[in-house]
Design a protein around this ligand. Structure first.
Ligand code: 6MZ
Length: 364
């Protein structure tokens, strides 16, 4: 099927890391600037940024590099704006964007000021209309908005809903994680809806963060965990016992953990290209997506790090269609079902479903 059909379909993105979703061209532009200032050697960085196949270990080395390139408020604002506009351009109608608030004393950056820079990026989005605040603030032109330009009358614009998840990095201390959760609570009115636990799965113990995750949940924040990116069965079991509202990846589950996942019905954020590129799954035909999909387990297709893995949500749909033989109508239904898995709340879920139903009618 033509790529265009996956691009034009409305989609929901629930697992995208901000710094992993930066365009290569933007990263290279930053690298050039830092190279000219003598802070880094441009050619070394260029080689790493443009490399295509990476192990999981190499991916985390690349994130350290990306973080060097993106550490100041103006840069964080710019990448946020670009990432949202890129997702909107391929008709992602709801984006739950996650990022790790970072403190950087040398730049006068606190976790709070980092997050404020992200929110400023949302405010600067101008290529499309954006709804990013849970209180319902919509920044839009006076023009009517709709999800696809080509279906509208030329005056209308695309619209994207954006909500934020704050990530706790497994390298952090419990104290830093608590700071992130408290920040999330303070920033609920600019669309922060939950907490994610991510970072190098071979680093740290997830139990370190359990008090912060429990606190988040008690305070009404939604929680999603990266679970089973490496085969640590003890951790996988304990994570599933915690009953997070969603988990990311779920790649390395042995039989009893797999059964536990199926029984629990915890929705899974599936990142096909990421899993294949990092060799977490050996090839697409043995990917657990097929089993979950056939068993009607709640799941959603996601990009993870569209910049780092040179992918897009449309490509992920195209890959699923080709690898598992799923037709457009069924993948449209999968995208529509994913609306229910968002952390955005009833009103947004209702509005998104209406939008999907409107488009669905035109497909029928
Ligand atoms: C685990 C990942 C990840 O937060 O700086 N991250 N954590 N597994 C993955 N699979 C490949 N991909 C990204 O975005 C980058 C950060 O997201 C997490 C890592 O902590 C990475 O440093 P932010 O915007």
């Amino acid at each position: 099927m033509e790529m265009e059909c996956w691009v034009s379909m409305p989609k929901v993105e629930l697992h995208a890391h901000l710094n992993g979703s930066v365009r290569n061209s933007t990263l290279l532009e930053f690298a050039k600037e830092l190279g000219e200032k003598g802070i880094i050697v441009f050619s070394d960085v260029e080689h790493v940024v443009l490399k295509d196949d990476r192990s999981l270990t190499e991916v985390f080395k690349l994130f350290d590099l990306i973080h060097i390139l993106t550490t100041d408020h103006a840069t964080v604002t710019r990448i946020t704006k670009e990432v949202v506009e890129d997702f909107a351009a391929e008709n992602v109608v709801y984006l739950e964007l996650r990022t790790t608030p970072k403190r950087n004393d040398s730049r006068g950056m606190t976790k709070r000021s980092y997050l404020e820079a992200v929110v400023e990026g949302l405010r600067r989005v101008d290529a499309v209309d954006i709804d990013f605040a849970s209180t319902g603030v919509v920044l839009e032109n006076k023009k009517k908005s709709c999800y696809m330009n080509n279906e509208c009358d030329g005056i209308s614009r695309k619209k994207i809903y954006v909500r934020l998840l704050l990530s706790i990095d497994r390298r952090e201390t419990l104290e830093a994680a608590m700071e992130t959760v408290k920040l999330a609570l303070e920033m609920k009115d600019v669309g922060v809806v939950g907490i994610d636990l991510s970072g190098n799965p071979r680093v740290g113990e997830w139990t370190t963060f359990l008090p912060a995750l429990k606190f988040a949940r008690e305070q009404g924040l939604h929680v999603t965990l990266h679970c089973g990116e490496v085969p640590n069965q003890e951790e996988i079991h304990r994570m599933l016992d915690f009953l997070p509202e969603r988990i990311g990846h779920a790649c390395c589950l042995e039989e009893d953990a797999w059964r536990k996942l199926e029984m629990s019905k915890i929705p899974v954020e599936i990142c096909l290209t990421s899993n294949i590129r990092t060799n977490t799954i050996s090839s697409i035909d043995v990917h657990h997506f097929a089993d979950l999909y056939n068993k009607k387990h709640p799941l959603v297709l996601c990009t993870d790090d569209s910049g780092v893995f040179s992918t897009s949500l449309s490509k992920e749909y195209a890959i699923a269609a080709a690898a598992f033989g799923i037709g457009k109508k069924d993948l449209f239904q999968l995208a529509r079902n994913a609306v229910e898995l968002s952390f955005a709340g009833e009103k947004v879920v209702r509005e998104l479903k209406e939008l999907f139903d409107l488009v669905g009618k035109s497909l029928a």
